[in-house]
Design a binder for this molecule. Structure first.
Ligand SMILES: [Zn+2]
Length: 404
């Protein structure tokens, strides 16, 4: 029987519904999945079979007796052992790469000084790192479900073009296409690639791999050479028309202030960015300014959770504490409740882990414009060198590309 495009999409949606239910509530049985999803038992049974075969999920050996009569049920789980995701952060001074399980456990991590800011050289260095990791995964027979990449700049969601990355001195760099091309000529296996801004990715590390209930809206503020915010709103990243949303480092805090890397004057980055933290006084001032930024974000987005991360928050915890104190003061003055405030769960690895989470985020939302491929096509594994992309031609040209 021939399946149509619509049927394929419906199937992907149904698969993602079951997977998301199992992420939220491990140990659900087929019967409970049918109940919660509204799908028929036979549909659930067929999809569960597929997901088991493709090693997205596994089942307990022991059945659990159900109340009353009826067959005992078998608890199902996301398979945290076999399928993995790669996350790669292109930072201003280094590349950080992680391999994580589907449930966010870090399996390996690597950091390498960035040899150049030239886009093609960054691509070459990144390709070498990914290629090496893929070989290690293949030798361990782990299945790769996708590669997520993030960097300190505004990424156009539709094209994968980096519009503006002042600290890399990039403008309109077609980075996703370049990296896809570079990887396609390497020994790395074919897999889906996703590209996003670093703070946006970091927000997904908290959202997708969070132990607690989904906290939405969620804001992740990243403080390093640059200062950025990732915003999760209505179960998705809020990136704006050109991918520039959340570039809080370039909101103006001082009219006619110091010149910023972006060309404007008085940006937040000129007082909070790590290059401005030259004395204890400067750090104290930066903490207060960061608190002002957080207050403005709180008033704009009204998040449930506000996470502070980035290298600066690790090397200068006093700056982070001062920012939180400033935000508390503003909240008290207005008699308003504070969002949940906390430090980044993955510390300095938040953007890299978040890049891996980006893969999952996109795969589990098949109705978005950028369709999944690895979830739809189980052949995208570390073991197989070839995969047909004929089933999903819509991927080319999007920020998410399969190389082949
Ligand atoms: Zn600026």
């Amino acid at each position: 029987m021939t399946t149509t495009g619509d049927q394929q999409l419906v199937k992907r949606i149904n698969r993602s519904v079951l997977l998301r239910l199992l992420w939220a509530q491990p140990s659900l049985s087929r019967a409970r999945l049918a109940e919660k999803s509204g799908l028929t038992k036979s549909t659930v049974s067929a999809l569960v079979r597929e997901l088991l075969d493709e090693r997205w999920i596994d089942e307990d050996n022991a059945n659990v007796a159900t109340a009353g009569v009826g067959r005992p049920s078998t608890p199902l789980h996301i398979n945290g052992d076999l399928r993995v995701l790669i996350g790669l952060e292109v930072a201003v001074e280094c590349l950080r790469m992680v391999c994580v399980s589907l449930t966010g456990q870090i399996i390996s991590q690597t950091e390498q000084a960035l040899q150049s800011h030239q886009p093609h050289l960054v691509c070459a260095q990144a390709t070498g790192l990914v290629q090496g990791l893929c070989q290690a995964l293949a030798s361990r027979r782990l299945l790769l479900s996708g590669l997520g990449v993030c960097l300190p700049g505004a990424v156009d969601d539709e094209s994968g073009v980096v519009r503006f990355a002042p600290n890399l001195t990039w403008r309109n760099v077609d980075f996703l296409a370049m990296l896809t091309q570079s990887l396609s000529t390497s020994d790395a296996p074919p897999v889906s690639i996703y590209l996003q801004n670093d703070a946006d990715a970091a927000a997904l590390s908290e959202y997708e791999f969070g132990a607690d209930d989904k906290s939405d809206p969620l804001i992740f503020i990243s403080c390093d050479v640059g200062v950025g915010a990732g915003v999760v709103l209505n179960d998705g990243l809020f990136t704006g028309a050109l991918g520039v949303a959340g570039e809080i480092g370039h909101t103006i805090l001082q009219i006619d202030g110091p010149l910023c890397s972006c060309g404007r004057s008085g940006c937040a980055e000129t007082v909070i960015g790590s290059r401005a933290l030259t004395s204890p006084e400067a750090i104290g001032r930066a903490g207060e300014f960061l608190g002002v930024l957080m207050q403005n974000l709180d008033a704009t987005v009204n998040p449930r959770t506000l996470v502070l991360g980035g290298k600066t928050c690790v090397t200068h915890p006093e700056l982070r504490d001062s920012a939180m104190q400033t935000l508390r003061r503003y909240a008290q003055a207005a008699g308003m409740p504070l969002p949940v405030l906390r430090a980044a769960r993955y510390g300095l690895l938040a953007p890299a882990v978040g890049a891996a989470a980006l893969v999952l985020h996109e795969l589990l939302r098949p109705t978005r414009k950028r369709l999944p491929s690895a979830l739809a096509n189980p052949d995208c594994t570390a073991q197989r060198a070839q995969v047909s992309t004929q089933d999903h031609p819509a991927y080319s040209g999007a920020r998410h590309v399969s190389w082949h």
